[in-house]
Design a binder for this molecule. Structure first.
Ligand code: CO
Length: 154
């Protein structure tokens, strides 16, 4: 059974660590990915990186609401094209949103939960979500690179 895990917030050192490559595609990884999926949907997010649940491993889950659910293990960006600026939010940074410049289009390689390798190309919002989550694996948060803070409209 998948469980909601606690999302760690900005200020927790695990969010600033370089996440480790996943080498074992075993039940522990599968449970982590299942829990991350459950936790992301529970929080209403479009992406979640393993460090955000306190696990410093190179794994992310995304669902940009257009391309469906995807889990990516050991994702690597292979190319970047163009530039777009848009507002981003992060489940680990509830205090604000921010304007962030990202590549408009990216290429990726990644592994699935069984270690099989895949390629992926993504554009626009999908590419933005992936770049945001991959940044988490390098200990980067959007607040580090935002050009302007955006306050919630309430
Ligand atoms: Co985030």
């Amino acid at each position: 059974m998948a469980q909601v895990r606690q999302i760690v917030l900005e200020g927790d050192p695990v969010l600033r660590r370089q996440a480790a490559e996943v080498r074992r595609f075993n039940p522990v990884l599968h449970k982590l990915l299942d829990d991350m999926k459950y936790t992301m949907y529970d929080a209403g997010g479009v992406g979640l990186a393993a460090p955000q649940v306190g696990i410093s491993k190179r794994a992310i889950v995304v669902d940009d609401r257009e391309n469906g659910f995807l889990e990516l293990v050991n994702p690597l960006v292979t190319f970047r094209q163009g530039e777009e600026e848009d507002v981003e939010y992060c489940l680990s940074v509830p205090r604000c949103g921010g304007l962030v410049k990202r590549a408009a289009k990216i290429g990726l390689t990644y592994q699935d939960r069984f270690g099989e390798k895949h390629d992926l190309e993504a554009e626009d919002f999908f590419a933005r979500v992936l770049q945001h989550e991959i940044d988490h694996l390098f200990g980067r948060l959007f607040v580090d690179i935002m050009t302007e803070e955006v306050k919630d409209e309430a």
